[in-house]
Design a protein around this ligand. Structure first.
Ligand code: 5GP
Length: 205
């Protein structure tokens, strides 16, 4: 199937499990490209520059933003986050699928720029698990956790602007990965993703 790649946007509140399900999906599809965001927040233990995020100072971030280097940016809990523009544009043009995991407003901004983007909202099977997961990972202060939970409720208001809802069940995390996998596979088969040339080639073979 020729043509540009697909853009998959996995979003949802902090603590929903975006990092885990996207990491699992990337293991299944080595050809899918991950869009590494930039942020001004401090790296957590184990996070690597260029792999988890591009960790920038505020002035570096602002300079890149002023040069139109971001597709979208968002201030979240006092830090800046942004999706680098050129990676997405170039990688899709090369025909690779791209996956990314911004927060909800970022996802909607990406959809505005790329109307064909597939937006997937990830939620835990109980909202109360968000708090439990954020507390368990011990990377945020209680005040930061409270702010993230407040944001989570605001984010759910936008759920109907997404294409899919995947529930990440605590008891069977593999199911959410399978569901995402099913969405990816189905989206790749949508008729408008096929060029006339690709169909003609099939017909003439
Ligand atoms: P964290 O600090 O936990 O890594 O990320 C905080 C929130 O920022 C998460 O909901 C995450 O999805 C979101 N985020 C990460 N990168 C981006 C980005 O480039 N743009 C936007 N809008 N949100 C992002």
């Amino acid at each position: 199937m020729a043509g540009p790649g697909l853009l998959f946007v996995v979003s949802g509140p902090s603590g929903a499990g975006k990092d885990t399900v996207v990491a699992e999906l990337r293991k299944r599809y080595e050809r899918i490209r991950y869009s590494v965001s930039a942020t001004t927040r401090e790296p957590r233990p184990g996070e690597e520059h260029g792999q988890d995020y591009f960790f920038l100072t505020r002035s570096e971030f602002e300079a890149k933003n002023a040069a139109d280097g971001f597709l979208e940016t968002r201030s979240y809990n006092g830090n800046l986050y942004g999706t680098p523009r050129s990676f997405i544009e170039e990688t899709l043009a090369q025909g690779y699928d791209v996956i990314m995991k911004p927060e909800v407003n970022g996802a909607l901004a990406v959809k505005a720029a790329f109307p064909d983007a597939v937006l997937i909202f990830l939620l835990p099977d109980k909202f109360s698990y968000l708090r439990a997961r954020l507390e368990a990972r011990r990377t945020e202060t209680p005040a930061e956790i409270a702010a993230r939970l407040e944001t989570a409720h605001e984010e759910v208001q936008y759920i109907r602007r997404f294409d899919y809802l995947v529930v990440n069940e605590e008891a069977q995390p593999q199911q959410a990965v399978d569901d995402l996998d099913a969405i990816l596979r189905a989206e790749r088969h949508r008729i408008y993703r096929w060029t006339d040339q690709a169909i003609r080639t099939l017909e003439e073979s």
